[in-house]
Design a protein around this ligand. Structure first.
Ligand SMILES: Nc1ncnc2c1ncn2[C@@H]1O[C@H](COP(=O)(O)OP(=O)(O)OP(=O)(O)O)[C@@H](O)[C@H]1O
Ligand SMILES: [Mg+2]
Length: 312
């Protein structure tokens, strides 16, 4: 990696606010419990993980000019992410994801205010086109509106910059349906792969069919992640490969997908094989699941190397 090379992350920055009552979740009452606030947003999680893995990271994102937005920008800068091109918008609330769990920890209600991410428009992307063209890789999440996603993907594609995409959710995945041919590496989970390939995944054979369909639609490389069942990885011109998940001390699997794609970018830039990129994804996900927070602060390049010794 050259000193001035950087990875550009384009996507959402959120504040996640989760509440859990001590007893049963009952309506129309104020329940004693815990409320925790954690920084989130798939783009931000990946940007933080890439910085921890030793990369220079720049981010195009938007927050509101409110206490949460300023706090998220300050935290990102402290972690070494270049946020000098991020938008901090007056009169717009920072995107937040608010969820209420039952006392067992299962999410019962969730509301997402994505007003700030909606401001990441194609004009802002075009103004920062040189930042895309100068990157060693671009990671795009599907929080920005479709026109901004399409604009960013086209600029990266025309400039020959490898483009990595995390579709985030089945609902938001539809935003990338028309740009699959611009994508170098796609990391859908099962539901996202079903939406994008247009094929229900009901059997083991369906999983392979969905991965092959995505390659047929123009994606150059795909990592279809399957929770504890691991991943099916494929690349045009190569056999699909299957690798099981790996867990040592699991605490919370949310954010495992973000760690997975971060490690794939990390190893792609080292010129690793499909198998070694998939191994790195599995290893990073297994470290990610060892904390309650979406990003495990101990997920560094050294920790990843150590964990890889346990994965065939
Ligand atoms: N219960 C589990 N046991 C073992 N490994 C797991 C488990 N859940 C997730 N993983 C690992 O994390 C990877 C990504 O998980 P998953 O397919 O759930 O992605 P995702 O839905 O994108 O996750 P995210 O919540 O981060 O969006 C899997 O390929 C696997 O390696
Ligand atoms: Mg995911």
């Amino acid at each position: 990696m050259e000193n001035d090379s950087y990875i550009l992350v384009i996507g959402g920055t959120n504040m996640d606010i989760g509440a859990r009552p001590f007893g049963p979740l009952l309506p129309h009452d104020s329940l004693p419990g815990t409320v925790r606030r954690t920084p989130g947003g798939v783009g931000r999680n990946i940007a933080v993980t890439l910085a921890q893995l030793g990369h220079k990271v720049k981010m195009l994102t938007a927050v509101g000019n409110d206490a949460q937005g300023r706090e998220l920008l300050a935290l990102g800068r402290d972690l070494g992410i270049d946020l000098s091109h991020a938008m901090c918008l007056d009169g717009i609330p920072t995107s937040s994801y608010i969820f209420v769990e039952d006392n067992k920890g299962d999410i019962q209600w969730a509301v997402c205010d994505a007003t700030a991410s909606d401001q990441i428009d194609s004009e802002y992307i075009s103004l920062n086109a040189d930042l895309i063209r100068g990157a060693s890789a671009v990671l795009l999440d599907t929080n920005p509106p479709t026109d901004a996603i399409t604009c960013a993907a086209k600029i990266a594609y025309d400039a020959g910059i490898p483009l990595f995409v995390d579709p985030i959710s089945a609902a938001k995945a539809t935003k990338i349906a028309s740009i699959l041919e611009y994508i170098t590496v796609l990391k859908p989970n099962k539901a996202e792969a079903e939406t994008l390939s247009g094929r229900p995944i009901l059997t083991e054979a369906n999983i392979e069919d969905a991965a092959l369909a995505l390659l047929g639609m123009g994606v150059k490389e795909v990592y279809l992640t399957l929770g504890k069942k691991g991943v099916i990885a494929g690349k045009s011109g190569e056999e699909l490969l299957r690798m099981p998940g790996f867990a040592l001390h699991p605490v919370n699997t949310s954010g495992c997908g973000d760690a997975f794609v971060s490690a794939v970018i990390h190893t792609y830039l080292q010129g690793c094989s499909l198998k070694d990129k998939a191994r790195a994804g599995i290893a990073a996900a297994s470290i990610s699941m060892e904390t309650k927070s979406a990003v495990n602060p101990i997920l560094t390049a050294e920790a990843l190397e150590e964990r890889l010794k346990l994965i065939k």
